[in-house]
Unconditional design. Sequence first.
Lengths: 127, 276
Amino acid sequence: MRPTSFGPMLDTLTKQRGVSAALVVSERDGIVVDSNLQIGQSGDRVAALAASLYRKARLSAEAAGMGAVSFMSLEAPHGRLCAVGGGELVLVVVAEAAVNVGLVRVEMLKAAAGGSLAGAGGADGAA
Amino acid sequence: MTDDVRRLSDELARDPASRVFVPLGEALRKQGQLDLAHKITVRGLERHPHLADGHDLLARIAVDRGELERAFDEWDMVLRLAADHVGALRGMGFVCFQQGRLAEAEQYLAKASALDDADEGIAQALANVRAARASGVNPAADARREVRLPTGTAHDTRFLFADVLTDAEQTALLLDRDGLVMAGAYVAWDGRDVSQEVGAELSGVTDAARRATHHLALGDWTSIVFETEVTVVAMAPAEGDALVVLATSRSTPLGLVRRLLDRCTDRARRWLGGRQ
């Protein structure tokens, strides 16, 4: 995978205490566009599943007329998976259970709102 | 209308910001006018949100209505405002006893008794709880296994969560592993029932969540929460790969969303257990 312009954004997120991985994923097919991973070899599978979950949430919200999905969080005893959408991409973060989710949420929404995510065209090269 | 109610009503009409809504609500409650008592108390608390006695009254109205979870929440609020509120401690003891949580019931009642040792009702309740614990018999356990639905709705599964939800802006749904609606309803903000559509889109969520947490070694997933422009949606797994879906307004505090989701999941679990 060649470097993309998402690198600084992913670095900022993985510098948060308790964050173990940050990925930019295509919502449509779940393919990783860029990542900063410390989660072993499962990155591709996790990316695809996270994109699938986010897509289901977005489509269900559309079906109910609830507007756009801004933030999604999946919780488990040993950690959580967070996602924020921007255009055709989804920003995914994997974190420990004890992470400051409020801080991660703000950083992710900031990244999405700031165009870092939606501006996919800024990628130097997609995977 | 009794003289007391008339006098207190006049007083509240003269000064809507006064705290007289508490004795007025109490008088109405005692007369069995629960809806009116509830309305007046809620309005009063809008002006005095930190008035412990107001929340205590709301809790007692909830008990009279058979809404134990709601009562628990209100008394919980009272104790956060006034940790030594004897009425709330007694109330929490009552709710815990009704729910079969005898150890917690004893703790609340013991504290209430220590604060007001002249109250024979508290002393008797404490003695009853201790006797139940000593005998190993849990009087509430059998009752707890039964799913209690609102009167008149026992055979309509759309109302499975009706008495668990706390306001009209909340809606809940139980889906099977294929996204088919099992119970509850998902009502959109314009009043449309979109249960089937939402279920279809959420089909496979349980499986995807399980696989994601498995790959990441996070343990079994417990909840998914997503925010939209107007709503917070929370989901939790239920038996047999079923999925509980709860939607609340965006203004609902996340802590309350979690609590509501727990209640809906508990309700779904009992209902699913009862069907087997």
